[in-house]
Design a binder for this molecule. Structure first.
Ligand code: GLU
Ligand code: ZN
Length: 283
């Protein structure tokens, strides 16, 4: 079977050791399986993405010894595809417009009604559903926050499985319709000023790129439940998922983009070699 994996960084800061581990692992798996390793630039968040960071990504990955086929897929070139999927979901009545601020959501949650869960899901606070019952226009509103009506989305889907090969959860991972409603809820699929969302874009792009194996950090394990559902709703194949351990700093905290101290470029400037980086991340 073909093996196609990808590394999908967002150019919002320097790549650090955690990114290096993710990219090297995905690349090594592709080499072992005689498959391909693709690069995708996740630049839908135009407020936070910078061309300099994108350039730095190419340089860092090349320095690490990685290569990938051209052209590189950039999410900013894919907006019409995201819009078409939103149109489809809107026409099927699966989306609704939400005008709540974060404060509105917190207030609705601090006066809990029966049956309304107050918890965090893979996408932050689980939305209390305040806007769900409002009348919706027949045309999909542009540049609006659109949420997925989770109850409708899972009504014919008693449960959804995906195959995980990462050590922490190896095997089939199954999410019930009830868990979709209570542990994930009505997630945002279109953000204002973006015209899409991470979840929608990643699912459409993995399918468009023919990705068969998603290799990424364990921090995205729970988001995968959302991705598998979107694949089902949009008639897309579900890849095999491999969520790897996270690289932590000396205090045991997971690395974030702002941890410039761990930037690959910094190690490189201090004379580290790609082999040193491999050793540092345990490869
Ligand atoms: N762009 C995401 C990030 O940098 C990764 C998305 C993915 O691998 O699915 O965290
Ligand atoms: Zn709302």
């Amino acid at each position: 079977m073909a093996f196609v994996t990808r590394f999908a960084p967002s150019p919002t800061g320097p790549l650090h050791l955690g990114h290096a581990y993710s990219a090297l692992l995905a690349h090594d798996m592709a080499v072992t399986e005689n498959g391909s390793f693709l690069l995708r630039i996740e630049d839908i968040d135009t407020q936070r993405c910078r061309p300099e960071w994108e350039e730095q990504i190419y340089q860092d990955l090349q320095w690490l010894g990685l290569d990938w086929p051209a052209p590189v897929l950039r999410q900013s070139s894919r907006l019409p595809h995201y819009q078409a999927a939103l149109d489809d979901l809107w026409a099927r009545g699966l989306l609704y417009r939400c005008t709540c601020t974060r404060r509105d959501i917190e207030q609705a949650l601090s006066a809990p009604q029966e049956g309304v869960p107050t918890a965090f899901g893979p996408d932050g606070l689980i939305y209390p559903g305040s806007c769900r019952g409002l009348a919706q226009p027949s045309q999909r509103p542009r540049d609006a926050v659109l949420r997925l009506n989770m109850r409708l989305a899972v009504q014919d889907i008693p449960q959804l499985p995906f195959v995980e090969t990462g050590a922490a959860h190896r095997g089939p991972v199954v999410t019930s319709a009830e868990a979709y409603e209570t542990e994930i809820g009505d997630i945002v699929l279109a953000r204002q000023g973006m015209g899409t969302s991470y979840h929608l874009s990643v699912v459409l792009d993995d399918a468009a790129q023919g990705v068969t194996q998603v290799v990424r950090g364990a921090d995205l394990f729970d988001a995968t439940r959302i991705h598998v559902l979107l694949q089902r709703l949009l008639g897309l194949p579900t890849p095999i998922y491999h969520h790897h351990r996270l690289i932590r700093d000396d205090q045991g905290k997971r690395l974030a983009k702002r941890d410039d101290a761990r930037a690959l470029s910094k190690f490189r400037a201090e004379g580290a070699t790609p082999a040193d980086i491999r050793r540092m991340v345990g490869l």
